[in-house]
Ligand binder design. Structure first.
Ligand code: FE2
Ligand code: FE2
Length: 167
């Protein structure tokens, strides 16, 4: 398989940073929820942290298969404070929408560069984002239904506790 073009290599390095930054935000959110005694949400977010790490390492492995050139960048400090559980998941949804936009940009670039293999890789991420945006939107919608009801929030938290694996 041909080596990556410099443009695609730079874009994939940037995406590794996007995934690691996303992981770090989930870790911060998980810590907030744990401190707020929302253990279901804390568990869900911790699993999502692992999933984002896997998204980053998948890119690193792929770059290895295409001649290398991995260059890790600084991961920004995530927000430390959140307002509430709904605030956390509104941010999750927003963050995932931004990640989707970043993936689309790389897909566009891979088309411009006629890098069919990289298009295949990005197709995997496109599908993954469909799932991630869907699950975030579903949780946001449950939390909007719960509104200010403490009982409602606890029901959603218990539902989030049912997640058992990343993916
Ligand atoms: Fe991701
Ligand atoms: Fe994600």
């Amino acid at each position: 398989m041909p080596q990556l073009s410099p443009k695609i290599r730079d874009a994939l390095n940037q995406q590794i940073n996007v995934e690691l930054s996303s992981a770090y935000r989930y870790l911060a959110m998980s810590a907030y929820c744990s401190e707020a005694n929302l253990q279901g949400a804390a568990t869900w977010l911790r699993l999502q942290w692992q999933e984002e790490l896997a998204h980053a390492t998948k890119l690193i492995d792929y770059m290895g298969d295409r001649g290398g050139g991995v260059s890790l960048k600084a991961v920004p400090q995530p927000p430390g404070a959140f307002q509430s559980l709904p605030d956390v998941f509104e941010k999750v949804l927003h963050d995932e929408q931004e990640v989707t936009a970043a993936i689309y940009r790389i897909y566009d670039l891979a088309m411009q560069e006629k890098d069919y293999a990289a298009q295949g890789l990005m197709q995997w991420y496109v599908q993954e984002q469909v799932e991630e945006e869907n699950s975030a939107a579903e949780i946001v919608s449950m939390l909007r239904m719960a509104g200010d009801s403490a009982a409602g929030l606890l029901i959603v938290d218990r539902r989030l506790a049912e997640r058992t694996a990343a993916g």
